[in-house]
Design a protein around this ligand. Structure first.
Ligand code: GLU
Length: 305
């Protein structure tokens, strides 16, 4: 019997749907705020819908209360999603259906390798592609990857080329601890929500071709992509939610929003002082061509509280 292909919502390209998808690993920092504002403005300026998805599928990395505080922070800054927040942990059935389909259609395979069986390059040598060697048992599930360049046009970074065979080789879609891997979950959940464009930080740009391969394997068209500059500190270090770097929940929303807009290449007139006037201006003037295409930007130090 042929493997049963999962079904996802289809949304026409003119019906823009974007999202912000934080992992609840800590409070939102200035870099996460920039990603939220960028995805929100892109959706609002195109008259589309904007969704929030809490990516709570990695309990060991999560912080109690972080999801609630992230949603409250978005609200405090005036960003309200058009649909109730989605919790990725509630999509386990969708994730499992996709895994089953990929295994049955032989596009994925079980792998018995542990970390110490793998080369330090991080590129999977194909050990279990034709079956798990004797004496080992199934641990993870990997997607088969061919040696092929994947091209995509990023709305901010321009034309991109990546070859997952040289980045990771066959990559993990279900981890050895039984948890579904980010690369699969993000695709299944974006597809299920009918997301037409993914706007997120450039720290995730290297995952894009792998995610496009997951879309191909599931037989669904991939969304567009726009990777925003990520905010780093003076030493070039990316801000981290799990280290509680620079939480924006304690900052003044209007002044901090102005700084986030500046990091996105937009400067509201001095007369815009309230959140309301600033959003009104930003939604009317947002132009993705003005967002800096560098993959990092030094964090502008948020003003005192
Ligand atoms: N959950 C990821 C994060 O918090 C973002 C995933 C995505 O936007 O694709 O960094």
């Amino acid at each position: 019997m042929a493997a049963q292909k999962p079904n996802y919502k289809t949304v026409s390209a003119t019906n823009y749907r974007g999202r912000f998808a934080p992992s609840p690993t800590g409070p939102l920092h200035f870099g996460s705020l920039v990603a939220a504002v960028g995805s929100y403005l892109r959706a609002r300026s195109l008259g589309g819908r904007w969704l929030v998805r809490i990516e709570d599928i990695d309990p060991p990395r999560e912080q109690a209360g972080a999801a609630t505080s992230q949603l409250e922070t978005l609200k405090r800054f005036g960003m309200i999603a058009d649909e109730p927040a989605i919790y990725q942990s509630r999509s386990a059935t969708l994730h499992q259906t996709a895994l089953t389909y990929l295994l049955e259609s032989l596009q994925a395979f079980e792998c018995g390798c542990s970390r110490r069986d793998l080369p330090t390059s991080g590129i999977y040598p194909g050990t279990c592609r034709q079956g798990i060697p004797d004496g080992r048992k199934a641990r993870s599930i990997r997607l088969r990857v061919e040696d092929r360049v994947i091209r995509f046009d990023d709305a901010i970074q321009g034309p991109c080329r990546q070859n997952p065979a040289h980045q990771s080789g066959d990559f993990v879609i279900r981890r050895a601890d039984g948890l579904v891997a980010y690369q699969l979950a993000v695709v299944v959940d974006d597809a299920a929500s009918g997301i037409t464009e993914v706007v997120r930080g450039a720290d995730l740009i290297d995952s894009t071709a792998r995610q496009i391969l997951v879309y191909h394997a599931l037989g669904i068209p991939n969304p567009g992509y726009a990777h925003l500059p990520i905010i780093v500190d003076e030493n070039g270090r990316k801000l981290s939610k799990s280290q509680s770097d620079d939480p924006v929940e304690v900052r003044k929303p209007a002044t901090t929003l102005r700084l986030a807009l500046r990091a996105l290449g937009h400067e509201p007139p001095a007369g815009c002082r309230s959140l309301e006037t600033m959003w009104k201006w930003a939604i009317a003037h947002f132009d993705i061509q003005h967002v800096p295409c560098g993959q990092t930007a030094i964090g502008v130090h948020p003003e005192p509280r």
